[in-house]
Design a protein around this ligand. Structure first.
Ligand SMILES: [Ca+2]
Ligand SMILES: [Ca+2]
Ligand SMILES: [Ca+2]
Length: 260
């Protein structure tokens, strides 16, 4: 980009008032000026984006289980818009430090208990239509992670995360395959372990659901009793974020204008 020629080819504000006689040379010069402005704008925007800290927006509300009361999984799964941003759980509460486990972030954490089925689960839904530009081209990636920990009496707890995709604001509109990841945890209550999954968001997705879970059977302690499994510091992000999509579009337009 040659910014130094901008001042030379730009007409002064006064000159603009005079109706110009447009011949081909003028037109070419005008297009060049316009292109340079677009390039300068895109360059500035990209430079600003580069200066912005890399921290990405966490799509989850109350990702550390500090502020909001829990709701039921059935409310969250059945009424996406109403319960967006609220954790819905099967058998779980929010607790402060207990059993030698201290919250990884803040002073509270999710305490999940055996739900009598296969896995004890917690869910949160998110409207992702603001990421539609990237999702529609199959270029948006979601990453969900959470921290898991159990007390020292649980030798092999299995914890995991899932992301489910939906084309509308209802559970029935699920599309693609849920993506998931799991981990067998250590029995050290002082270590929080991360489970993370990442994948391309299916084209057509407008809502997604983040899930954290423990295998019920794996919560069995060495004392023969079922223990709680703890979760904290969940994080769901999508890249590229809407702002950077805008910048890419702008940069693309500038390049196209320059080729003309
Ligand atoms: Ca917390
Ligand atoms: Ca369950
Ligand atoms: Ca641990």
């Amino acid at each position: 980009m040659r910014f130094n020629i901008l001042s030379r080819v730009l007409p002064s504000p006064g000159a603009r008032r005079v109706r110009p006689v447009f011949n081909n040379r003028h037109k070419e010069r005008y297009m060049k000026t316009r292109t340079n402005w677009i390039l300068a704008g895109a360059g500035l925007a990209l430079a600003l984006a580069a200066c912005t800290p890399a921290a990405r927006a966490n799509l989850l509300v109350d990702p550390g289980f500090e502020a909001n009361p829990l709701d039921t999984y059935s409310n969250v799964l059945n009424f996406f818009p109403t319960y967006q941003g609220i954790w819905g759980v099967e058998v779980a509460t929010i607790t402060v430090a207990e059993n030698g486990v201290t919250p990884a972030q803040g002073v509270k954490m999710l305490r999940m208990l055996d739900d009598g089925n296969v896995t004890t689960q917690g869910f949160q839904t998110t409207d992702v239509t603001s990421y539609g530009a990237a999702i529609s081209t199959g270029s948006a990636t979601v990453t969900l992670s959470a921290l898991f920990d159990v007390d020292k009496g649980v030798p092999a707890a299995v914890a995991g995360v899932y992301v489910h995709f939906f084309s509308g604001a209802s559970y029935g509109s699920q599309i693609g395959s849920p993506i998931g990841s799991s981990l067998t945890l250590d029995s050290n209550p002082n270590s929080w372990q991360t489970v993370s999954v990442s994948a391309t968001i299916p084209v057509g997705t407008t809502w997604l659901m983040s899930q954290v879970y423990y295998s019920d059977a794996s919560l069995l302690g060495i004392d023969g009793l079922s223990h709680p499994g703890y979760v904290d510091a969940a994080d769901a992000t999508i890249v590229p974020e809407p702002a950077s999509v805008g910048l890419l579009v702008l940069a693309g337009m500038a390049l196209r204008a320059r080729r003309r």
